[in-house]
Every structure is written in structure tokens, then in C-alpha cells.
Write a protein that binds this ligand. Structure first.
Ligand SMILES: Cc1ncc(COP(=O)(O)O)c(C=O)c1O
Length: 340
């Protein structure tokens, strides 16, 4: 059976050319600083985004969590938009691992308002957790992949800096944001002290993310990473996949966005549901049509016909396009929609 998998952009498999780059990578013990490919990736990424240093880590979750650990301490707070991945999908890690308190701020379409931030930026106060940092997410996954430009981000980072708060950007999909806004990725990340980027999502690498920041912050993050047991050894073949993706898979990402828009059009046309947010990138959230008893029922029926995606609530669902979802897969998805 033909299957199109739209559960996430993390489901991609390395292409033959990426596998070749991985197989041919020079490797060494990265804990000793001896892996030339890991070292090259960290240097390339730091330079590309305009940061002093970068740390190659296994996941976006770890990159974000290390940022929480270096920007705040026990009983201190980080402000972020409601439904931020860090708050919603990282297992309560900031609190469990570092004692850091996360405050979710009202954020229509994924971006906190200045009023919302101000309402939470109390302190110093005897009874309040001390806010130390603000974290934004671009694109914002749970807000339907909305992308924010430098002016919107800059207004928030300027607000945070004026109050002595450090700024972190969860840029798991920063290149999607760059395509959608027409602004360069390195411009979108200016004003942030730390940045996480993922190679294993729209970029199509099998594993890996990076945390970027100043040399001093990244040295502290490296210490925390080792404490958590995530120092890796001959990781050069994974770094090679990330380097390959940076060279070959950034420009093509706009195809994922246009296929997401075409999916949105078909979802409306075939009365599958109503799209909830403007489709700016590769994520599409929709309210499931009431002719289906629930989002879970729709998802199950689609899966029987070879189309995979997730419910996000009782009557909402999400589709994510990616490198392995081509025009043939779009045609298959459309045929499935016609039969539901
Ligand atoms: C916005 C965002 N940040 C971070 C992550 C975490 O990445 P990982 O799955 O590599 O831990 C995700 C995963 O989907 C995400 O969507």
C-alpha cells in the first residue's frame, strides 16, 4: 500500500547522497574534541548564524534544555509563549533537571504580546520567581508553523534586554521561518543570546541539533551536556549528515511550504476540515469537519487508506510536509481525501 506520512517532518530518511556523505565522514572521539567533522559542523553553524560557538547535540529538546540550564537557575523563571515546545513537549525538563520555572505568556498566533510579557515580568519580589530569560519559538509548531520576522522578534528581544532578561530562540525550524518571511536566517536570530536549530526536521538529517551562543555560555552548556551523559564519541557521520543538509536541503524547503498550501486547499475543497491558521510554512493545523465523529476517527480512517497524521485535540489535527513528501505523495494524499 502506498503510504504518505505527514505526522512530522522528523520522519524523513537520509537520501542516498546524504548516506554517502555520512559513510565517508572523517571521525574521532568527540569527547576529546578529536572528531574533525563534528568540529567543522560546529564552526560552520556558528559562523552561519553569527554566534561565537556552537554545540552539536542529539536533539532539539536537549539544545533547548541546555539553554534553560545556562540562562536560569533553581527558582528562577523563563517567560515564553503558551504552547511553546519547551513548556509543552519537553517532559517538564527545565523544572525536573534545572529547577527552572517556566511561565507561559498569552501568545495569539504563537508570539507573546508585549502586554502579556509585561504582566509576568514582576520582580525582584520576595515571593516571586525571578525572571531571568525570555524564550521565543520561530516557527511556532503548535501555532500552526507561524513564522515571525525580525521586526516582530526585535520588539520582544529589545523589551527583554531592557529588563535584563537573556533571550533564547527555539529555532528548530528557523530555515522555514526564513523562507516564509523572506528574511535571512542569520538576521532572524540577531538579538538572541542562545539559539537552538534542528537538522533532523525540515533539513532531513536523521539526527541532531545545535545550541549556539557565546563561547562562555556554550562552555557551560557543554559541561551540563556531559553531566547528562550526552557527550558523544565518533559522531562525525551524524555531523556529516547535518553538513550535507545545510548545503543541499535549505533552498528546497519552500517546496514543503507550497505543498502544505496545496494540502490546505484540498482539505477545504473535500470538506475534511477548516484550516485554522494561515499556512506560512510546512505545518498545517485544521479543525476536523463535524461529519467525522472526532479527529481520532478521521486519523484512523485516513491511516487505513495510507495517509498518516496526528490528532492535536478532540476535533483538531495537524499535517507536516517534508523532504520525503513529493508531488506523487501529494497526489496520493488528495486521492485519500476524496475517499474519506
Ligand atoms: C519547535 C520545536 N522545538 C524543539 C523540538 C524538539 O526536537 P527533538 O524532537 O529533536 O527533541 C521540536 C520537535 O518537534 C519542535 O517542534
Amino acid at each position: 500500500m502506498t503510504v504518505a506520512d505527514l505526522r512530522s517532518d522528523t520522519v524523513t530518511r537520509p537520501t542516498p547522497a546524504m548516506r554517502k556523505a555520512m559513510a565517508e565522514a572523517e571521525v574521532g572521539d568527540a569527547v576529546f574534541g578529536d572528531d574533525p567533522t563534528v568540529n567543522r559542523l560546529e564552526a560552520v553553524v556558528a559562523e552561519r548564524f553569527g554566534f561565537e560557538a556552537a554545540l552539536f547535540v542529539p536533539s532539539g529538546t536537549l539544545a533547548n534544555q541546555l539553554a534553560m540550564g545556562v540562562l536560569a537557575g533553581p527558582g528562577e523563571a523563563v517567560l515564553m509563549p503558551e504552547f511553546a515546545h519547551i513548556a509543552r513537549w519537553e517532559g517538564g525538563g527545565a523544572a525536573a533537571t534545572f529547577g527552572v520555572h517556566l511561565i507561559q505568556v498569552a501568545a495569539p498566533e504563537g508570539l507573546p504580546t508585549l502586554e502579556g510579557l509585561a504582566a509576568h515580568a514582576y520582580g525582584p519580589h520576595l515571593k516571586a520567581p525571578t525572571p531571568r530569560a525570555m524564550a521565543l519559538e520561530n516557527t511556532h509548531n503548535w501555532a500552526g508553523g507561524r513564522a515571525y520576522g525580525a521586526a516582530q522578534l526585535g520588539a520582544r528581544t529589545a523589551w527583554a534586554k531592557a529588563r535584563g532578561l537573556a533571550c533564547h530562540l527555539d529555532g528548530a525550524r528557523i530555515f522555514n521561518a526564513a523562507h516564509a518571511t523572506g528574511e535571512a536566517a542569520e538576521v532572524l536570530v540577531r538579538g538572541f543570546d542562545t539559539l537552538s536549530v534542528c537538522f533532523s526536521k525540515g533539513l532531513g538529517a536523521p539526527v541532531g541539533s545545535a545550541l549556539l551562543g557565546s563561547r562562555a555560555l556554550i562552555a557551560r552548556a557543554d559541561r551540563l551536556r556531559h553531566r547528562l551523559g550526552a557527550g558523544w564519541r565518533q559522531a562525525g557521520s551524524l555531523a556529516a549528515a547535518a553538513l550535507y543538509a545545510l548545503d543541499h536541503h535549505v533552498a528546497r524547503m519552500c517546496e514543503d511550504h507550497s505543498r502544505a498550501q496545496r494540502l490546505a486547499e484540498r482539505i477545504q475543497r473535500h470538506a475534511i476540515g477548516t484550516v485554522l491558521h494561515p499556512v506560512e510554512t510546512n505545518i498545517l493545523q485544521f479543525a476536523v469537519h463535524t461529519r467525522f465523529e472526532s479527529a481520532a476517527a478521521l486519523v484512523a480512517r485516513a491511516a487505513e487508506r495510507g495517509l498518516l497524521f496526528f490528532p492535536t485535540g478532540p476535533q483538531t489535527a495537524r499535517l507536516v510536509t517534508h523532504l520525503d513528501f513529493d508531488d506523487a505523495a501529494l497526489a496520493h494524499a488528495t486521492r485519500v481525501f476524496e475517499t474519506l
